[in-house]
Write a protein that binds this ligand. Structure first.
Ligand code: PLP
Length: 756
């Protein structure tokens, strides 16, 4: 066995069936299934190494739906260790009742926790393949999308055929076609290269007296697989319709992440956001968005020419953290924006989860958007893993929902695969939901007429046209030489999450829980809490309102709190000495990310250091019981022009303080760290509160912590539109100027509502 695995990797096949003879049949078949898996593993995951398969398949059988539930869940949404290793559900098309008694019924008719069984399984375990066993000649049963049926009970007579069927199914569920072809080409089929890239399979490094160490350090495969677009048969990122291993991999990704279609992006989610927003928005249209969105979203809005209707941001002064926007504020803003005559908003954009791990109740927001005819775009840069564990499900019965955008009802999402999963930096995915494709292609609701016109073809809404436009815009953004090894990691991350995502998340959730309880228990005697949850960060009142609306905090974003700036800096020095590198920090908090690559040893090292410094970490509980000071970022979102006009127009540099006095239109982004969210954006009127925040950061941290600031001889300047350009905007763009006035008025009234 491979040295990395002290114990074999167990994958569980879970069967629901109450007739003993059929259960026995599957037990008898298991050795054959294991043999097929072993071959599949060797071909897929280890084709050029003669290593022994470390994976063992284990069969777990349940006689009733109730027994299945107890096999899967411990309490709440915590899964059993058997469930966390589940790789396949095998169910009879006729299933026993929940209590195991009574008549058998068709799988769709069985209700578990208020939902049909297939729905229930898809809610908690959407990425795990499900196979329904039928009998030859039995009546066809309508299965949910992605489910597979198999005439198993009769095929047992012909084992070889059955093995072949499973071989095909394994490839369908867990193969990584792009990685496979890329590796095969690099190690077996590669022709003598007379094409890009110039290093020529690493030769330019290997045969140089000065580059040989680079070749050794990066190793042969990273050069051999770096092929760019010169090898046709692997596929081309900008040709989504051609049959190719790359497009087969994308199709698998869509299936695993629950999307209608997924797109691979090699320039990070920054590019995913820009391509999507430029596809969806038109100049002069209103888009409702979180002011705390990542700068790539603001850049995308500027590029699209749209007019932003900002949700009022809330700055938590205790920890210098931007809080999530409450549901009531989102509702108020959306409703106000939809009340604007002849300029109803087209899109809502939210970051979920936020940098600090707050997850929005996607399903409620999606429902609201559908009622209003507004598309919903979720930036999930920080949480590409939440579709892979039942922890990320909330609510009961038919009201239960998943927090991930694709299963929660949003129309689009972008995810930084590289931020939390096993992929190279910049690897990102765009997912488009089946819900969006349906809205676009159905003829129903008039609210969506605008969408069907936007992406219309031959008199009706066309998904193909939408894809065509998105791909065309992606061509504007993507390099024409994408990094193929990066694409291969997107393909492999998909398969990994399907096969072991749940087990890794289960392990991470346990490790985080163990860290939190150990550290906070030790702080308890000193009247402190160190690792903060939602209540600690937002205060009990605010947290309970958000919880009641369905918000949660993702525990894998670990926030360590401090009672003073001094203690926070002292502990950072200890971390540097350890050395342990954190993700981000503010004056009184440090954030650690637990990702797919974080293991027990990481937690042990951090825990040890925390235990050694209990005197400096943590915040007094008496303080945490009080509500933190929260600044509603007043007036900081009033527009003078569209972001695009300000960003591209003639501008001048003037002193920061002058810009406020003269009420100028900002023509750039200004981003103070922490918390690293743009405080001034192109098109916005410069306000006192924004400049005060910038000056405060300069005073305490230095000018280099305000990204975008122009410093000359210790004077700080801001790029603002010239007065002539301000006048030109009103003269040349009267329509947009009038929409901006209405957006400003509507926003001001929403802000008054939010304050009261
Ligand atoms: C919310 C959010 N969206 C998008 C991005 C951009 O992601 P990437 O680094 O993959 O370009 C970031 C980066 O930090 C982010 O925080």
């Amino acid at each position: 066995m491979d040295k990395r695995f002290d114990t074999p990797v167990i994958l569980n096949v879970i069967q629901l069936e109450n007739e003993e003879r059929w259960r026995r049949r599957l037990r008898q078949f298991m050795p054959y299934l294991q043999e097929v898996f072993r071959e599949f593993w060797r071909d897929t995951f280890s084709p050029h190494f003669d290593s022994k398969c470390p994976v063992k398949l284990k069969l777990l059988q349940a006689e009733s739906a109730g027994a299945l539930k107890s096999l899967l869940f411990r309490s709440g949404n915590a899964v059993t260790s058997d469930a966390s290793r589940c790789c396949l559900f095998i169910l009879d098309i006729m299933v026993p009742q929940e209590d195991g008694r009574g008549e058998e019924q068709e799988i769709n008719a069985l209700i578990l926790d208020g939902r049909p069984l297939p729905d229930w399984l898809d809610l908690y375990f959407p990425a795990i393949p499900k196979l329904c066993l039928t009998r030859l000649g039995a009546e066809a049963v309508a299965l949910p999308p992605g489910w597979k049926d198999l005439e198993f009970k009769d095929s047992m007579e012909n084992l070889d055929r059955l093995k072949m069927t499973f071989r095909r199914l394994f490839r369908k569920w867990w193969d990584s076609p792009f990685w496979h072809e890329l590796k095969k080409y690099a190690s077996v089929d590669a022709a003598e290269s007379w094409h890009t890239p110039g290093h020529n399979a690493g030769n330019a490094f290997l045969r140089s007296a000065f580059q040989g160490d680079v070749y050794q350090a990066f190793s042969m495969m990273s050069f051999a697989t770096d092929l760019s677009v010169s090898v046709d048969k692997l596929g081309d990122l900008s040709e989504p319709l051609h049959e190719s291993p790359l497009n087969q991999a994308r199709a698998r990704t869509a299936e695993v992440f629950g999307a209608h279609e997924s797109f691979y992006v090699t320039n990070g989610t920054s590019t995913s956001n820009k391509a999507m927003l430029m596809t969806l928005l038109r100049p002069g249209e209103v888009v409702v968005l979180d002011r705390n969105c990542h700068k790539s979203v603001h850049q995308a809005v500027a590029l699209s020419g749209a007019i932003p209707f900002y949700l009022t941001p809330r700055l938590n002064r205790r920890f210098s953290i931007w809080e999530p926007i409450p549901l009531a504020d989102i509702e108020n803003s959306l409703t106000a924006a939809c009340g604007l005559k002849n300029c109803r908003p087209r899109l809502l954009i939210l970051t979920t989860c936020t940098y600090e791990g707050f997850l929005y109740p996607i399903v409620k927001i999606a429902r609201l958007c559908e009622e209003l005819g507004v598309l919903f775009y979720a930036d999930e840069a920080w949480c590409p893993y939440i579709a892979f564990h039942p922890y990320y499900v909330s609510g009961e019965g038919m009201e239960a929902f998943r927090f991930d955008a694709m299963h929660g009802g949003a129309h689009f999402t972008s995810q930084s695969t590289h931020k939390a999963l096993a992929a190279f930096s910049q690897a990102s995915m765009i997912h488009v939901s089946a819900n969006f494709a349906r809205l676009l292609e159905s003829n129903g609701n008039r609210k969506w007429n605008w969408l069907r016109e936007r992406f219309g073809h031959a008199g009706r809404g066309s998904y193909d046209r939408f894809r065509h436009e998105l791909v065309e815009i992606l061509r504007y953004w993507h390099s024409t030489s994408p990094h193929y090894p990066m694409l291969a990691t997107l393909d492999r991350a998909t398969v990994q999450m399907r096969l072991e995502g749940m087990a890794r998340l289960e392990e991470l959730l346990h490790l985080v829980q163990d860290l939190v309880s150990n550290v906070n228990d030790r702080c308890f005697s000193q009247g402190k809490r160190a690792i903060l949850d939602m209540e600690d960060i937002l205060g009990p009142h605010s947290a309970s309102t958000l919880r009641a609306d369905g918000y949660i905090k993702d525990p894998t974003k670990i926030i360590l709190g401090f009672g003073s700036e001094k203690n926070c800096s002292l502990f950072k020095k200890e971390l540097e000495g350890a050395p342990i590198q954190w993700e981000k920090s503010t004056d009184r908090s440090i954030e650690f990310l637990a990702t797919l690559g974080t293991f027990r040893t990481h937690f042990e090292a951090l825990k040890k250091l925390l235990f050694r410094h209990l005197d400096i970490i943590g915040v007094k509980k008496s303080l945490l019981r009080k509500a933190p000071k929260v600044t509603l970022f007043d007036g900081g979102s009033t527009l003078g022009t569209t972001p695009r006009f300000a960003f591209t127009g003639d501008a001048e540099l003037i002193h920061l303080d002058e810009a406020v006095k003269e009420g100028r239109v900002c023509a750039q982004m200004l981003v103070p760290y922490p918390p690293g969210i743009p405080i001034l954006l192109p098109g916005m009127l410069v306000t006192k509160s924004a400049v005060a925040l910038v000056n405060d950061t300069i005073r305490r941290k230095g000018a280099k912590e305000v990204h975008g600031l122009f410093e000359h001889k210790h004077a700080f300047c801001l790029r603002v539109l010239t007065r002539v350009q301000e006048q030109n905007f009103k003269r040349k763009h009267p329509m947009e100027a009038s929409i901006i006035k209405r957006v400003n008025d509507a926003r001001a009234s929403v802000e008054r509502q939010n304050v009261s």
